[in-house]
Design a protein around this ligand. Structure first.
Ligand code: SF4
Length: 294
């Protein structure tokens, strides 16, 4: 039997959770079939049983923790009673606990009723990190994303109405050259309906071993050049009508780091992108250098 006393690699968590107590109550992703994703390749999905979660928490040795992030891939997919029991345990053992955050999918939200989402909120569940990736249904389908954009928008709106916060991730370049304009347009439209608190725009990277990388090598998916990736980000940003969102495009995959509050900083961010597009510094023929983490 695995020893769950420590973090098992690979461990992924959002940058904003750097100071949180990370509890790896699941291992891997229950879906694990998105073509662009190599996060949990070869990791058999497993959920810790309640006594294992209690032991993990005891061994973490952080009774003063105020923020907890529950890993791995889609912890909200746990049956309501199990997740509620974990949150109750955290509340009992961590007296200063303020909030618990986790990754979630549209399917996982859809599996909880309004009453269950509100009950989880009462137990200090706060931010759901949701990978929308694109609002373009054709791009999502070709990448074997489990959910449609329509479902993710509907469930995101419902989760927020139940008091949860939403941090949404989108992937620049997910439609390739062929669907870049539609990807930008439909993604902005989906985000406008979602109105997330936090929005992160990352750039899709062909991770070794993924279906996406095989498609690129076979000539069936044309990656955006560096210039086109910035053009697509500009089109996305120009289409956003968000009333209160912190926007970040400062992941290692992004061509340049950008950050601001929307709508306040929208004009500044667009001007920065225009200056970059006019600078002549962007590669128009290739995606540019791969990020250092590859
Ligand atoms: S993108 Fe998310 S849902 Fe898709 S395989 Fe990766 S972790 Fe699982």
């Amino acid at each position: 039997m695995l020893e769950w006393s420590r973090v098992e690699e690979p461990l992924f968590r959002p940058p904003a959770e750097a100071d949180s107590l990370i509890l790896q109550v699941d291992r891997g992703c229950p879906y694990n079939r998105c073509s662009f994703c190599g996060m949990y390749a070869g990791v058999p999905f497993r959920r810790l049983k309640p006594p294992e979660v209690a032991a993990l928490l005891a061994r973490a040795g952080r009774p003063d923790a105020r923020r907890v992030f529950l890993a791995d891939g889609d912890v909200l997919r746990r049956p309501f009673a199990e997740l509620a029991a974990i949150l109750k345990l955290l509340g009992e053992r961590l007296p200063g606990l303020a909030r618990v955050n986790l990754y979630a999918t549209g399917t996982a939200i859809a599996g909880k009723s309004d009453a269950e989402l509100r009950a989880l909120r009462e137990l200090k569940l706060r931010t759901l990190y949701l990978g929308l990736e694109s609002g373009d249904e054709a791009a999502l389908k070709s990448m074997r994303k489990a959910e449609s954009a329509g479902l993710m928008v509907r469930e995101a709106v419902r989760a927020q109405a139940c008091g949860l916060h939403l941090s949404v991730m989108v992937l620049l370049g997910l439609g390739g050259k062929e669907r870049s304009a539609e990807h930008a347009r439909a993604t902005a439209a989906a985000l406008n309906r979602m109105q997330p608190r936090l929005l992160s725009a990352l750039r899709v990277i062909p991770v070794p071993g993924t279906e996406l990388q095989r498609e690129i090598r076979a000539g069936r998916f044309a990656e955006l050049s560096e210039y086109q990736a910035v053009q697509e980000l500009r089109a996305l940003l120009a289409g956003l009508e968000l009333s209160r969102t912190v926007f970040r495009a400062n992941h290692a995959s992004n061509v340049v780091p950008l950050e601001g509050s929307l709508p306040k900083d929208q004009a500044r961010l667009l001007a920065e992108l225009d200056a970059l597009l006019e600078s002549g510094r962007l590669d128009r023929d290739s995606p540019g250098p791969a990020p250092l983490w590859l």
